[in-house]
Design a protein around this ligand. Structure first.
Ligand code: HXC
Length: 259
């Protein structure tokens, strides 16, 4: 358990990765390491079927810790900046389905943290943005890359070049956010959805890998990856369970075991 990033699990296979660093969940270098450790712990735990990333009811994360960055000489920052990128890569590569539940600000590294998730559920008071340019820097943890892949190059350029903030509704309209809920409900809605995914088959891992890794490849190679992963599903108990259940009872009734 980290000081600022904790992992709790419920009895339905959902883990919550909770960031708690008052007042605005600024991501200092200790938080970077704690996220990396949390990702490694969750990744290797087969009892976890889905993950919710949450910054608590007030703010998701206001970005990298500017007070800490301001004190770092170039050499030190250069040596350590990769840790955040690495931590976020490990979160993005979690085999489980992940949902970021965003209350309040998700700015800079906070927006980038949300981008590591498969889905972003936003509170109606959420505000997203990549304001790094206003500090004289650029996003350094996926904001020029995951963002552009998600919302398209033009919208990403506007967010990164102008450094503005976007409401939950604006973020929904551009595809940055998947669903918007009243602020008091967003975490519960994310857990509810995560529980549904946690009941899903092992094939969900294959689906996530196929989409996320395939999109980085040329079409032929990506389709070969899809074939490989599709075929691999036949080695799972859940494939047998899913097809037996369909033939016996019709669609959607299978009780999967995530193996
Ligand atoms: C450190 C921060 C902070 C941050 C806010 N604070 N954001 N400290 N790092 N990113 C501190 C403030 O200095 C203040 O401290 C306290 O939190 C409350 O902030 P206020 O500004 O007084 O609150 P409010 O008016 O409600 O505005 C909230 C806010 C604003 C919209 C979140 O603080 C803001 O714009 N923050 C900066 C957001 C940002 O630029 N993020 C990108 C960071 S760069 P005191 O001591 O005065 O109470 C980045 C790069 C990632 O993320 C890549 C790295 C490799």
């Amino acid at each position: 358990m980290g000081e600022f990033v904790t992992v709790t699990t419920d009895d339905e296979g959902v883990a919550t990765l909770r960031l708690d660093r008052a007042p605005v969940n600024a991501l200092n270098s200790q938080v970077w390491v704690e996220f990396r450790d949390a990702a490694r712990r969750v990744s290797g735990d087969d009892s976890i079927g889905a993950v919710v990333l949450w910054g608590g009811p007030k703010v998701f994360a206001a970005g990298a810790d500017i007070k800490e960055m301001q004190t770092k000489p170039f050499q030190e920052f250069f040596a350590r900046a990769g840790v955040l990128q690495e931590a976020f890569n490990e979160l993005a590569r979690l085999p489980q389905i992940t949902i970021a539940a965003v209350n309040g600000y998700a700015l800079g590294g906070g927006c980038e943290l949300s981008l590591t998730a498969d889905f972003r559920y936003a509170a109606d008071n959420a505000r997203f943005g990549q304001p790094e340019i206003l500090l004289g820097v650029i996003p350094g943890a996926g904001g020029t890359q995951r963002l552009a892949r998600l919302v398209g190059i033009q919208r990403a350029k506007e967010m990164v070049y102008a450094g503005g903030m976007y409401s939950a509704e604006e973020s929904l309209a551009m595809g940055l956010v998947d669903k918007v809920f009243p602020a008091g409900e967003v975490y519960d809605k994310a857990v509810e959805a995560a529980r549904r995914y946690a009941k899903g088959p092992y094939a969900l891992r294959m689906a996530k890998k196929a989409v996320n890794e395939g999109i980085e490849m040329g079409l032929d190679e990506a389709l070969r990856l899809e074939t490989t992963l599709f075929t691999a599903c036949f080695a799972t108990e859940d494939r047998q369970i899913g097809m037996d259940s369909f033939l016996a009872e019709g669609p959607g009734k299978a009780q999967f075991v995530r193996r």
